[in-house]
Unconditional design. Structure first.
Length: 204
């Protein structure tokens, strides 16, 4: 497989940015940092990223449509797209309902599950892709991006946690770990892409 060709349609970066920006907007809105008009305007950013994500996913699939790796990548792309949309919708519905409709305890438990189940789905989709991907290079990229995302969660979570312990910063909900992980994965993909382009430039 041509590595350079796979980079042009790599969906991981756009998927991570889409999830991260959407969750950040919801977090700012739920915290009262931005009003409804601002949140609607900012929502155009993850919406645009979603279109780019779908387009890059289709481009990546079209370049490797006959291989086993492409079948794994196709399942991964569709799975991440579905769970990302479910996560954004679930989080938005849960927060809005909880803040505006005063739900019962039973309904609140159900609302909490709306964004939690898609998160488990994302983890399953990622793990399945790493197991099924036959292209060692693409599997390596996915693993490295996941490790960078995990590093982001550990570093930022520990940093903020210690500051919060000493009452230097306000409390941040634990679900922020998901957008931080997604953004970290996007950064990991971008770093690997830049490294590949740098290596190709040296060879030329």
């Amino acid at each position: 497989m041509n590595r350079a060709a796979t980079q042009s349609g790599r969906p991981g970066l756009w998927g991570g940015l889409m999830i991260g920006t959407a969750a950040a907007i919801l977090g700012l809105k739920s915290a009262g940092a931005i009003n409804s008009t601002t949140s609607l305007l900012l929502a155009l950013v993850p919406l645009a990223l979603m279109f780019v994500f779908v387009r890059s996913s289709m481009r990546a699939r079209s370049g490797t449509c006959s291989s086993n790796a492409s079948r794994a990548a196709k399942r991964y792309t569709l799975g991440i797209l579905a769970t990302s949309i479910a996560y954004m919708l679930g989080l938005g519905i849960a927060i809005w309902t909880w803040r505006n409709l005063d739900p019962s305890v039973g309904l609140t438990w159900f609302l909490a599950m709306l964004p939690i189940v898609p998160i488990f789905g994302m983890i399953y989709v990622m793990g399945r892709y790493i197991v099924e991907e036959q292209d060692e290079y693409q599997r390596h990229r996915a693993i490295m991006a996941s490790l960078v995302g995990l590093g982001f969660v550990l570093a930022i979570g520990s940093f903020w946690g210690f500051l919060e312990t000493f009452e230097l910063v306000p409390h941040v909900p634990g679900w922020w770990s998901v957008p931080i992980w997604a953004v970290g994965m996007g950064v990991g993909q971008a770093m690997q892409s830049m490294g590949l382009r740098g290596g190709q430039s040296d060879e030329e």
